[in-house]
Design a protein. Structure first.
Length: 178
């Protein structure tokens, strides 16, 4: 009968361990980046619609800068929450910029992704990876919360971030005045 106890114990403990491990795998990682509390690196980049946008033109607004790729599962998982928070807060001075790492993606996949998720915020195409390098991107998704004065306040590497986390970080950014 000891083997029955072993099986029952394994059946009870294994799912608990799996849930515990899953929690670690899916949590976005807040990192202490050397970029925190520094001015966000300026850039001018082409948007998916063909226009050009510069970060400097957004001074006075809170910026949620998210690097993503269409093939990235955590990027796909967090995108509906990003869109929802954007819709809720754009009238309060929030700008969401979705920087597609086009140097490791394809524009046709970007178009399909944008359509699939019904994204309405600006999509930037980092075709040569210059913006990704300026922000020392280490993994996808990578998100930079930039205050109204252009200072990086929080960096999150990995994900997916929950809607609650995104919302709390955005509210914190909007409270910082300006």
């Amino acid at each position: 009968m000891p083997w029955r106890r072993l099986i029952i114990t394994a059946l009870i403990i294994a799912p608990l361990l799996a849930l515990f491990a899953y929690g670690f795998m899916r949590d976005a990682r807040y990192i202490h980046s050397p970029l925190i509390a520094k001015a966000a690196a300026p850039f001018a980049i082409t948007l998916f619609d063909g226009t050009t946008l510069s970060l400097e033109s957004l001074r006075g607004k809170a910026v949620f800068l998210n690097f993503w790729a269409s093939w990235c599962p955590p990027c796909r998982a967090e995108m509906p929450s990003i869109e929802k928070v954007y819709q809720a807060y754009q009238g309060r001075g929030l700008v969401v910029l979705g920087v597609n790492t086009t140097f490791q993606d394809s524009e046709s996949d970007v178009a399909a992704f944008v359509e699939q998720f019904g994204l309405t915020f600006p999509i930037l195409l980092d075709r040569e990876g210059g913006v990704s390098r300026r922000y020392q991107m280490r993994g996808l998704p990578s998100t930079f919360f930039i205050d109204r004065q252009g200072i990086i306040r929080t960096v999150v590497i990995g994900g997916p971030m929950s809607e609650a986390v995104i919302q709390s970080k955005v509210e914190e950014l909007l409270r910082q005045g300006g």
